[in-house]
Design a protein around this ligand. Sequence first.
Ligand SMILES: [Zn+2]
Ligand SMILES: [Zn+2]
Ligand SMILES: [Zn+2]
Length: 330
Amino acid sequence: MPELRKDPISGRWVIISIERGKRPSDFGMRISPKKGGFCAFCAGNEHTTPPEILAFRPDKGAPDTPGWSLRVVPNKFPALHVEGKENRVGEGIFDKMNGVGAHEVIIENPDHNLTLSSLPLKSVEDTLWAFHQRMKDLKQDDRFKYVLIFKNEGDEAGASLEHSHSQLIALPIIPHLVQEEIYQAKQYYGYKERCIFCDIIHQETANKSRIIFENDEFVSLAPFAPRSPFETMILPKKHESSFLLNNNFNMLAEIIQKTLKQIDKGLEMPPYNPMIHTSPFHDETNNYYHWHIEIIPKLTKIAGFEWGSGFFINPTPPEEAAKFMREAEI
Ligand SMILES: [Zn+2]
Ligand SMILES: [Zn+2]
Ligand SMILES: [Zn+2]
């Protein structure tokens, strides 16, 4: 019997409908092998990207030359433009504003052939520091209300360049999905006076069936009502409302990489999108919202039913996914 489950954080319902006999590796979505060829993100081609905004250079070389271990550059084809004012205006009952924002690319490592799961751990940690530094800097710009950090791994998940990189977009509005989570979290706090994420962590770490990994500071788990097979959430165990308040990136890098290695191993390199959800700048410290990373493997197609209903149909129960990920041998 299929099961309807409600996600208490987003308020969204999903259908868990087990396709019998389907093993995780049967989904058949794989990252295509890297083809090589000219790459603007490789060392030696720095002049082909816009000038760097930030770089980690262990040997203190000049900007836009080789010798870096991580580089942040503006996106050459930005979704939003960094110059100008928002100019929010009404047009009858409609609202519009200029597409101002920052769109940056974080090149995680000079090596073309690595992925976030195969990078040296130090590179993952540096990547998190780069996110932190850029977010802190963009916060100074009062046009921006939120910074969304995400990654497209594999062209099926939206990656247009094969060299491993993450992206950030600073936005003049708070994204709808984040607003929904904040709304639900506030409601919950309103009658329980507890953070819903803290309560979930408490319950899940006691119950264990949906826990993937834990270390002293973080937990990685399969949500109770996931939209996609092997959807994963990584959260700080202690209450923390904003990613900007964290600096424990060694431990975070460790759990991210361990989780991604299991996803790669178990699902044979599926495409996926990791993203960070955090409190908006204007409300950085609060008791009800708890920053987290969501990782959504791209294994199923979004079709008419999903578009029309907002329901997702997930063929893999999270208990099974978590068990599989705990046990997949690296
Ligand atoms: Zn490259
Ligand atoms: Zn919390
Ligand atoms: Zn979220």
